[in-house]
Design a protein around this ligand. Structure first.
Ligand SMILES: [Cu+2]
Length: 152
């Protein structure tokens, strides 16, 4: 007579906790999926620099070329790549006229290809959005809104 209520309570507890585990598992997957996209602009201060990280897909059936990048958030925006200089130090250089092969994507990510935002025209903080205006030789002008976020 005393054993049964205890068993029942335990069964309820077990089913509750397994349901909870599922609920937690789903947003976790979402978060890692969002992380894979890695679309962000790093926070920065007016007059300083920042970097934009995102994916730029060429959906056309022919190669396209990035002609220029502009944003109201910065006096100048340029595609840069990281490389190792003769002294073995990490450095970066401007990569003009980036070509995107047909159906492929350029991936701008920390430590690699990135869009450098120079001389920020305003403070960039979490919750803001930076709109990049990208001029492509084939597709024309595209606007890419990118959230300001801290990358971990
Ligand atoms: Cu750079």
């Amino acid at each position: 007579m005393r054993v049964q209520p205890v068993f029942l309570a335990l069964a309820v507890f077990v089913s509750c906790s397994s349901e909870k585990a599922q609920e937690i598992a789903e947003p976790k997957e979402d978060r890692s999926a969002r992380k894979k996209v890695e679309e962000l602009v790093r926070p920065g201060v007016k007059g300083g620099n920042s970097g934009a990280y995102f994916r730029l897909t060429n959906t056309l059936e022919k190669a396209d070329t990035v002609l220029s990048i502009n944003t109201a958030a910065a006096a100048m925006a340029e595609a840069h790549e990281m490389y190792e200089n003769e002294e073995g130090m990490a450095a970066m250089r401007h990569k003009p006229n980036l070509i995107i092969p047909a159906g492929e994507a350029l991936i701008f990510k920390p430590g690699g290809l990135h869009v450098m935002l120079m001389d920020l025209q305003r403070n960039l903080q979490q919750g803001d959005t930076v709109r990049l205006h990208i001029k492509l030789a084939q597709r024309g002008d595209v606007m890419k809104p990118i959230p300001v976020e801290i990358d971990n």
